[in-house]
Design a protein around this ligand. Structure first.
Ligand code: BES
Ligand code: ZN
Length: 599
């Protein structure tokens, strides 16, 4: 079997892109971008280097993006171009006719208020309160809203960018970055390794840099830099642990960018520069597995990339597994077990939520004619991870690690679909071993809903202790008498997620007085507690709830809180009132999920 055969050249249609890379494909782009905060607009041109064999056209993806001109570079004059019909979520194909000798095309473009990747923040929405901020979020199919591109994860290209910003701000990209501002506000970037479009990113703000080690550093607003430097001090160690496991880091530097709290995700693995929410700065380094996660994507995802969004579990399942191996290397088995157990609880919750659409609980998805965002569930993450752990338990860690290492090195800088993964698994690990094939049951994991029978749930002694203490409290022991002094964030989260469903208000009060959940500085703990506060109508926490929802735009926190509010008439009124205030602080990724519920 020839694994080197590049799927970019295999004729098959990505259901979420208009591009036809087997006919004409993007290889490199040189962009000029100007960021205009006054007009809230990026204007740009790109010289697109393409490859084709006598194709009569090349197709790019665009969505709410204005095209100002198209030139065939060799001709130095404008050329005719057309658009496909607009489709929901996908936008339009931009079709450019080619001459046999065309190798370069120049496209001029401008973003619009509908460019959903972009969030333009007012100074009041930043930590420093004096400068505006802009950031992009391209995954899954939003790159096409700020740059014309072949917006399919199986197309990889290199790029350079010359970016002009107001001279008091610093721009950063998923590329080789500058560590200091210059006087003229013009910056040059280069990404030498080919990447898929969903990893394109740009952030512009009042940003400063601090090193975290030889290869790692952190960018943040001045007001946040010190806390960030403390919180992420282990990053360099994580990088070393990751390399120890699955081979050399291929991207040069690994830096973090701490965004304002409206960032809609926990983290985004933009190559060389992870974007992260400030809500993981807990003051005690207890939420850093998110950094391990985004770092792990430097292999699973950025190096070996899901071929379509139907194969998303290949990105996220491997990454969750790898993230926890990194945390195990730094903090030991018990620590990793706690993360697995909390993840497993979330998986069970998701399986329950998706019980009416069981096909969405298969690892391999079928998102044709749907927004790929709908595939962003714990199935890809935690069922994917559970499947890999099941495989590990059957073949042993040594063989499993060698397999994963080979997987990354064989397919680096390529895309991977589920069928190709299954072939590799068969050839490298199963080798016609009937007994193993049956016990693994990969087909059921990948193509059938739910969790195959016979998988033992993860157990950890640390959490059994928490469960015992919780039981003691339920049966009358005062909370102050529980031995919680040495509990970590994870133990508290286990405590909170396993509280009885029918708590009384006096019980809520008692817990809050003893442990101060309402005013917790740890966003994970606070959000978990606030869900109970909403369910039990514990009104003492409502001011904190409102403050949280107005400040934080991370969708993972918003959706459960608003959904819980919507379960009662009174809650619905409150949810709508808060949403009105909070919505201007949310990125389109969050409002597109919430508008449907709250407007
Ligand atoms: N790549 C994802 C975020 C993503 C996925 C954005 C799909 C858009 C579409 C990122 O690596 C991620 O998984 N982030 C998680 C954190 C992680 C620790 C589970 C998040 O943001 O919560
Ligand atoms: Zn991820």
């Amino acid at each position: 079997m020839d694994f080197s055969n590049n799927p970019q050249t295999k004729p098959f249609q990505d259901p979420h892109s208009f591009s036809t890379p087997e006919e004409a494909v993007l290889q490199h782009v040189d962009w000029h971008l100007t960021v205009d905060f006054r007009r809230k607009k990026i204007t740009g041109t790109g010289v697109y280097h393409i490859q084709h064999r006598q194709a009569d056209q090349i197709i790019f993806d665009i969505h709410h993006l204005q095209i100002t001109h198209v030139w065939l570079e060799e001709e130095e004059k404008e050329t005719e171009y057309t658009f496909t019909e607009e489709k929901p979520f996908l936008g339009q194909g931009l079709k450019i006719p080619l001459k046999p000798e065309t190798r370069k095309i120049q496209i001029g473009f401008e973003t619009t208020p509908g460019s959903a990747a972009l969030q333009w923040l007012e100074p009041s929405q930043t930590a420093g309160k004096t400068q505006p901020f802009l950031f992009t979020q391209s995954q899954a199919i939003l790159a096409r809203t700020w740059l014309p591109c072949q917006d399919s994860p199986r197309v990889r290209f290199t790029y350079t960018a010359r970016v002009q910003v107001p001279s008091h701000l610093l721009p950063l990209m998923s590329a080789h970055n500058h560590q200091e501002r210059n006087k003229d506000g013009i910056y040059f970037f280069q990404m030498a390794q080919p990447i898929p479009s969903y990893l394109l990113s740009l952030a512009v703000g009042d940003l400063v840099f601090a090193p975290l080690g030889e290869r790692c550093g952190v960018y943040a607003e001045p007001a946040t830099l010190e806390a960030a430097t403390y919180e992420f001090a282990e990053t360099e160690q994580m990088l070393a642990a990751a390399e120890q496991l699955y081979g050399p880091y291929q991207w040069g530097r690994y830096d973090l960018l701490i965004l304002p709290p409206s960032f809609p995700f926990g983290g985004m693995e933009n190559p060389k520069l992870t974007f992260a929410t400030p809500t993981i700065i807990a003051g005690d380094r207890s939420l850093t597995s998110l950094v391990a996660h985004e770092l792990a994507h430097s292999w699973s995802g950025n190096l070996v990339t899901n071929a379509t969004w139907n194969d998303f579990w290949l990105n996220e399942g491997f990454t969750v597994y790898f993230e926890r191996r990194i945390m195990e290397a730094l903090h030991g088995r018990d620590y990793a077990q706690m993360l697995h157990t909390l993840g497993y609880q979330e998986l069970l919750h998701t399986l329950d939520e998706l019980s009416n659409t069981p096909q969405d609980t298969c690892l391999k998805l079928h998102l044709e004619n749907r927004n790929p965002d709908e595939g962003l569930t714990e199935i890809a993450y935690e069922k994917g991870n559970l499947f890999l752990r099941h495989l590990e338990s059957l073949v042993g860690r040594e063989k499993f690690d060698a397999f994963v290492h080979r997987y990354f090195s064989t397919f680096q800088f390529q895309s991977m679909d589920t069928a190709r993964f299954e072939l590799f698994l068969e050839k490298e690990l199963l080798n016609e071993n009937e007994a193993l094939t049956q016990r693994l049951n990969a087909t059921a994991w990948i193509h059938a809903p739910g969790i195959p029978a016979g998988v033992a749930p993860v157990k950890t002694a640390l959490f059994e202790k928490v469960a015992t203490e919780l039981e003691k409290w339920v049966t009358g022991t005062p909370p102050q008498e529980l031995p919680t002094t040495h509990w970590s964030t994870h133990e508290w989260l286990y405590f909170l997620t396993n509280l009885p469903k029918n708590l009384t208000l006096p019980q809520m009060q008692e817990l809050d007085e003893a442990f101060g959940f309402t005013s917790s500085k740890n966003a994970e703990i606070q959000a978990e507690w606030l869900k109970h506060a909403v369910t039990q109508q514990y009104k003492e926490a409502f001011p904190a709830l409102e403050t949280f929802l107005v400040r934080v735009g991370r969708r993972k926190f918003l959706l459960p809180l608003y959904k819980t509010l919507l379960q009662t008439a009174e809650g619905t009124a409150l949810a709508k009132e808060i949403y009105k205030k909070a919505r201007p602080n949310y990125h389109s990724v969050s409002t597109s999920s919430l508008d449907a519920l709250l407007l």
